[in-house]
Structures are given as C-alpha cells and as structure tokens.
Design a protein around this ligand. Structure first.
Ligand code: ATP
Ligand code: MG
Ligand code: MG
Ligand code: MG
Length: 483
C-alpha cells in the first residue's frame, strides 16, 4: 500500500471526523489577522475560539474542528534546499478543541493515527516525544496510556516546549501553554546521531519532528511588578495540534526527503528535462529550490497576493526571485519556470481548486516576473564581467563586492564564484560572510522575539502594533536576505 500525499490529507481529516470533529476548509495563505503576513499555523484562524468566542463556523457549531491549513513561513525560506525538512509552503494538518477534550485524548489520538496499521502504520518503537519540563500529566499519558518507554521522552524548557516559544517569560500575551512534540527516528541511513544527541544539539538529521501537540490552557498577561509572568487559566482548556503533512508523507512513503515524493518528483523531473541538467550533484540544490518555490509562489498568487515592493507582495517577490536565480544557475535564460505551474495545479488542485481556476493568471504573473528579473540578473553579469575584466588572474573579488552583487542584483555567491572561476579569479568568501552577517544583524535589530520561529516578529507585520498584542510569527532572520 502506497499512500499519496493526498491520501494522507484525506485520511487525517477522516480520522478526526470519526472522532466527531467538523472538517473546515483551509484559510487563505493571507493571514487571518494582522500579526503576520502569511498564515503560519493551523491554529491562526481560531485564535478567538481559543479565547472563548463561540465555536460556530458558517452556522455550524462544533467544539472540535479539523483542517488542512496551507502555511507559509518566511523564516523557513532560506532553509529550503538546505535542511531538507523545511518547505516555504507546507500543509499543517490540525485537530482543535475549544474547551472540549484535552491532553489525554490529543495524545492518544495522535498516537493512534500515526501508528495504527489502518492509518499511517508508522513503527511504534521509532517514535520519540518531547514534553515541557513540568508537564507530568503529558508524561503520564505518554508512558501509561500509550506505553512509550521513558527513555523515548525528553523534557525541555520553555524555549522549546512552551508555545509560543519562550513564553511565559518573554511573551507575547495571549493563549499559551505547554506542548509535546512527536519525532520519528528515520534510522541510521539519515545520520548516526542519537536521541540524546538531539536534545543536546536540538538539531538532527535523523529524528524528524512530525507533529506538535499544543495545550493552550493559559492566557499570558503583562508581567507583574516583580517581573514575573502572569498566567491566568483560560476559561477552558484547548487543544491545538499541527502535523506536517509533507513530513509524514516522506516517512510513510519511505522516501529520503520531500523531493522524491509524489508531489515534488514530477516537478523535479520536469526541471531536469527543461534544463537538460540531471537531478544530481551540487546543482541539484537548484532543482529543489525551484520546485519548492514554484509550488509556494503558485499558491500565494492563487490566493490573490501580487508581486510588489512592500509587504506580502515583497516576500512573494523574494521567493520568486530566489527561484529565478536558481533557474539561472540551471541555465535558464528565458522564462521557463511558469511552465511548472500546471504540475502544481495537477497534484494539488483537488484539495485547492483555486490552483486550477487561477492557473492562467498565475502563469502570466510568473512569466512577467521572470522576464523582469532575468534582465536584472543580466545587469549583474555585466557588472561582474566589467569587474573581472579589470582584474588579474589569480586575484580575489573582495567580500564587499561579492555582497554588493548579491544585495543589488540578487546575485548569489555561488553564481559569482562560478563566473569568477572562468576568469581564474577567486572570491573572498569569509569577507562575503562578514558582510552578510552584518546586514542580517541590521535587519534583525529591534526584533524582540527573534529567537522564536512562530513569533519571530516580522517587522513589516509588527510595525505600528502595540507591544502587548498577540504578535507575529514569521522569522525575522529571513527578512533582509532572501535573494
Ligand atoms: P522545525 O523545528 O522542524 O522547524 P517547528 O517546530 O518550527 O518545526 P511547528 O511550529 O511545531 O514546527 O509546526 C508543526 C509541524 O509543522 C511540525 O511538527 C512539522 O511537522 C511541520 N512543519 C513546520 N515547519 C515546516 C516547514 N517549514 N516545512 C514543512 N513542515 C513544517
Ligand atoms: Mg521544532
Ligand atoms: Mg514544533
Ligand atoms: Mg521551525
């Protein structure tokens, strides 16, 4: 039995429907509230219900809801092609309880869905979880109800297992609570690190986080006069979970990463065919970035965001331009990427019909952006050509110059290196890294929640908002330097 990504999406919704959840459609990629540019989590459209608003949706009342939510995380853009577990657009499968069931059921059901042979059939002894340091209740359910061995559980501090991250000490105010994350051990082919290594480094090639169970039970208020966090019990306890659809699909389909799954492989293959560059070796990062970004740009365009120089449209443009320059590295000198939209609509159009109905508009907008940006890239090439022409063989392009090419013309270091090599000239990579670091620091400055991915404080989204508001999710890290 080989489950497609679509099968898994459907099964998740059916599973929770069988547990009396109401299936609701995905919210748009445009965030439902002004705290972020894009929707970044399945819970985001339900903030009011977590605070006690009536759980009525289009006239239907239900305290249990399940969704597949399309999410865009600006902070993960640069991770794409690098970590292999991050997409800029992904689907977060969620089950939500507004004052109805709580921890015990949330844990039992997640376990049942992932491990039951009728559902995902993932191997029980490869499951690991993290919990918040004093969440003995969660520990008890994982060990007693589920039967997970204690050495498959690790207790983390608030920076990892309290949601939003770093709360309660750093805020933001609003609904919050401990969380429990589920990991799957993908085995020694993926790395020789151990579960113990994971919680030392908090980074693993092998233990893949697939699901986050959040238990919002507090309303964080302003700090008291001693600077201590004030956590008021919410009028009722909630459940908010997020399962990464594409990550679970990778595990269930037993493919090494997203790019070999049923959604991405056809796109990768078409990129290889269009460019004449097989999907292998160093250049393959470009196949991945193009495939991923075109999927994400297609969806964002379908939802009505247009290329722009500010706000959401600017982020969209950055994603697209990152795709275009990777396309350039694959040898594309004319618009080609828009030809991939049909594949995205084909694989995801059943669940997201807007991809089909808007396909023509998406292609036209993409093609125009390709034309525009390819000209800019050509400008950069001329600039670089002029620079290199005046230099001696064996000399070095300074870090500042390489960075300026990147900053002004969207020229990636790799491309600069590649072209410089043809002249027998090298590039000061350390100097480049310094300039980049400096620019990122400037971009990061002023971010209060810089560490948290979910509440990273997207400056464009946050500007003008009162400091105590339930603030943004996008990671500032990627703000300045996506290209
Ligand atoms: P990570 O630590 O891997 O960045 P996260 O802790 O930021 O993930 P959550 O905010 O807990 O992720 O989101 C819930 C789930 O959504 C994750 O457990 C994961 O399965 C999935 N997910 C999160 N970010 C991404 C992404 N960029 N691409 C694909 N799936 C993701
Ligand atoms: Mg995580
Ligand atoms: Mg998580
Ligand atoms: Mg993350």
């Amino acid at each position: 039995r080989r489950l497609s990504t679509s099968d898994i999406r459907t099964m998740f919704l059916q599973f929770f429907q069988s547990k009396e959840h109401l299936i609701l459609p995905s919210h748009s990629t445009v965030a439902p509230d002004p705290t972020t540019l894009f929707t970044v989590a399945g819970m985001q459209p339900f903030k009011e219900q977590f605070m006690g608003a009536p759980a009525t949706f289009d006239g239907q009342h239900s305290k249990r809801v399940t969704t597949a939510q399309k999410c865009v995380r600006v902070g993960d853009i640069e991770n794409v092609g690098r970590t292999r577990r991050h997409l800029s657009l992904f689907e977060m499968m969620g089950n939500f309880s507004f004052g109805d069931y709580f921890k015990r059921e949330a844990i039992a059901w997640a376990w049942e869905f992932l491990t039951s042979p009728e559902w995902m059939g993932m191997e029980k002894d490869k499951m690991y979880v993290t919990i918040y340091k004093d969440d003995d209740e969660a520990f008890e359910y994982w060990t007693q109800d589920v039967g997970l061995p204690a050495d498959h559980i690790h207790r983390f501090d608030a920076d990892e297992n309290f949601w939003p991250a770093n709360s309660p000490l750093e805020g933001p105010n609003g609904p919050c609570g401990p969380c429990s994350e589920i990991y799957y051990d993908r085995g020694p082919n993926y790395g020789d690190d151990t579960w113990g290594d994971y919680y030392q480094t908090r980074e693993s090639a092998r233990f893949l986080e697939v699901w986050n169970l959040v238990f919002p039970q507090f309303d964080r208020q302003d700090l008291d006069e001693n600077g201590q966090p004030v956590l008021k019990d919410l009028p009722f306890k909630n459940i908010d979970t997020g399962m990464g659809l594409e990550r679970v699909a990778s595990v269930v389909q037993d493919v090494p990463d997203f790019y070999s799954n049923d959604v991405f492989l056809p796109i990768i293959q078409k990129i290889a065919a269009l460019s004449g560059k097989p999907y292998e070796g160093e250049v393959s990062v470009s196949h991945r970035v193009v495939a991923e970004h075109i999927r994400s740009v297609s969806m964002i365009l379908a939802d009505g965001t247009a290329f722009n120089n500010t706000g959401r449209g600017y982020t969209l443009r950055k994603i697209m331009r990152r795709a275009i320059r990777h396309g350039y590295m694959l040898g594309f000198r004319e618009p080609k990427l828009y030809e991939l939209v049909g594949l995205v609509a084909g694989s995801m159009g059943d669940a997201y019909p807007e991809l089909r109905s808007e396909q023509g508009r998406i292609e036209t907008a993409m093609k125009a952006e390709e034309e525009r940006f390819l000209k800019t890239l050509e400008g950069g090439i001329q600039r670089l050509g002029g620079l290199l022409g005046g230099m001696e063989k064996g000399s070095t392009v300074s870090g500042a110059e390489a960075f300026e090419l990147y900053d002004t013309y969207g020229f990636p270091l790799d491309l600069t290196k590649e072209i410089a090599e043809e002249y027998g000239i090298s590039v000061d990579e350390a100097g480049y890294a310094e300039s980049l670091e400096h620019a990122q620091e400037v971009a990061r400055a002023g971010s209060k929640y810089g560490k948290s991915e979910l509440f990273g404080g997207n400056q464009q989204a946050l500007d003008g908002l009162p400091a105590t508001q339930f603030v943004g999710y996008d990671n500032l890290e990627a703000q300045g330097q996506v290209l």
